[in-house]
Design a binder for this molecule. Structure first.
Ligand code: OFO
Length: 161
């Protein structure tokens, strides 16, 4: 059974993962609106990843305590360039890594080894999350000055599954 503090913090993270999903879906909508459909696909795939993260928290909390839904913040809707959402995504993933690390610290301080082990999956996942966002930022920066390069990148991002 989860301690009260741990349950509260995990519910907070469930909410943060749902926000991440909504943020990436909003970014996908933005890219649709500027006809970068491959970029939109990349963000939609990321949305699905975040739902997976959220559901893993949901299942763990439900099995060991109580899921307590709360409102999910509305994400931004507009950005001023093709690069901007990915820069925001990278900064966002760095923030999420910090949130996961805080959960690990809490689990450790509460002597909750089971939750600490459960969180290890997220610790590893965040390394990939940061890497893929930062890689995408670099690729967009390299392609930004040429329409042809941007089109090529749009096709590449369209292949993400
Ligand atoms: Fe759930 O890793 Fe991104 O936010």
């Amino acid at each position: 059974m989860l301690g009260e503090k741990m349950e509260e913090a995990l519910n907070g993270q469930l909410n943060a993962e749902l926000y991440s999903a909504y943020l990436y879906l909003s970014m996908s909508a933005y890219y649709h609106s500027i006809n970068l459909f491959g970029f939109a696909n990349w963000m939609r795939v990321q949305w699905a990843e975040e739902l997976k993260h959220a559901l893993k928290f949901f299942d763990y909390i439900a099995e060991n305590g109580r899921v307590l839904p709360r409102p999910v913040e509305v994400p931004p809707r507009e950005w001023d360039s093709a690069l901007a959402p990915f820069e925001v995504a990278y900064a966002h993933e760095q923030k999420v890594t910090g949130l996961i690390n805080s959960l690990v610290e809490l689990a450790t301080s509460q002597g909750d080894e089971v939750t600490r082990d459960f969180l290890q999956w997220y610790v590893d996942e965040q390394v990939e999350e940061e890497e893929s966002a930062s890689e995408a930022v670099e690729k967009i920066k390299a392609a930004a000055d040429s329409t042809e390069e941007l089109d090529r990148l749009d096709q590449e991002f369209g292949q993400r599954k």
